[in-house]
Design a protein around this ligand. Sequence first.
Ligand code: F6R
Ligand code: MG
Ligand code: MG
Length: 364
Amino acid sequence: MKTTISVIKADVGGYVGHSAMHPALVEKANEELKKVKGKLLMDYHVAYVGDDLDLIMTHKHGCDNSKVHKLAWDIFEECTKVAGKLKLYGVGQDLLADSFSGNIKGAGPGVAEMEFEERKSEPILIFMADKTSPGAWNLPLYKMFADPFNTIGLVIDPKMHNGFKFEVLDILENKSLTLSCPEELHHLLVFLGAQSRYMVRNIYRKDDNEIGAAASTQKLNLIAGEYIGKDDPVLIVRSQSGFPAVGEVMEAFAFPQAVAGWMRGSHFGPLMPVSFKQATPTRFDGPPRVICAGFQLADGMLVGPRDMFDDPSYDETRKEANRMAQYFRMHGPFEPHRLPLEEMEYTTLPAVMKKLEARFVKHS
Ligand code: F6R
Ligand code: MG
Ligand code: MG
C-alpha cells in the first residue's frame, strides 16, 4: 500500500503585518487535524514560516484527493475565523475561491504532494519558504539532482549514476516538458534559469521512475489575474539510498541565491536558510527565508520534525545573505533590487503611467 504525503499551505492572516504566525492559528489547525488522525489521515504536523501556515499530512488516498483537499480548505477557513477575531493582518488572504469545489489547486493555497511505496527507511525533507515564489526551488533542485559539484552521489553511487528526469512547468502557458539529465542538462538550464516562468514541478529517478521531489507551483497572481496574495512555495524531497543524501539536499541551500519576492513581492533579495525560530521576516518584510523540517516516515507516521537549518554550519550563509540584503537595499527603488516591470506582481505604476500618458511627447 502506498503512502501519500500532502503539504498544503496558505496565508490566512499575519501577526504582526506579514511577519509571522499567531500561535492561536497553529493551535486551531492542530485541534482540527487531531480529529481526523487515524481516520482520513494517518498523521500530520503543523508548521509555519513567516505568515504562512503549512499543513503536512500523510494518508492513503493518493495525490489530488478531494477529501484531503477539502479538509485543508476547511481548516484554513476555521483559522481565518480565528484570525478575524484577532484582527490579524490580511485575514483569509490566500483563500481566493468563494467555496471549495473539488480540488484546492487554483483556489489559492499552495500544494505539493507525492505518493510512493515506503522504503525500509524513508527520510523526507520538507522545505517551506516565505516572501518568494516557486521559481526559488529551481536552482537548489538543479544542484541536488543534477550537479555533481553539489551531489557527489551522482558520480559515485551506482543507484544514482544514471541521473534524474525533471518535469518543468511553463506557468504562463500551463504546459510541461520532461527533460532527462545528464544528457539534456543544457536544455534544462535554458528553462530553469528563467525561474519567473519555468518551474520544476516533479523529479523522478531515471532507473525506475521513483519520485524524488515535488514542488508547489501555484502562482497566486496568475490564478487571480491581479495581485491578491503571495505564492510562498513548499517542496518535498525524498532522501538517501538512491536519492541525494540528506547532506547533499541541504548543501544546495548553502548559497543564498537571489530570488524574487521580498517587500510587496517586487524585489530581488537573498534566500536565507533559517531555523524555525528565525522564520520571522521583518527587515523590509524580509529578506526571503526558507526553513526545512526533516522527518523519518514510519508506516505513514511522521517521526520528527528536526529543525534542519538550526545548525551553525549555515551561519556563514546567513551572514552572506545579510551582506547581500544590505547591498540590494542600497539600490532603493532601482533595478536590479526592484523587479523589472513585467515581473512586478502589483504596482501603482500602471495607474501612474495612465495619469501621465497625455504628457508623453512623441519624437520622430
Ligand atoms: C510580500 C508581502 C508584504 C506586503 C507589504 C504591503 O509578500 O506580503 O511585503 O506586500 O507589507 O502590504 P499591504 O499592501 O497589505 O499594506
Ligand atoms: Mg501575508
Ligand atoms: Mg507569506
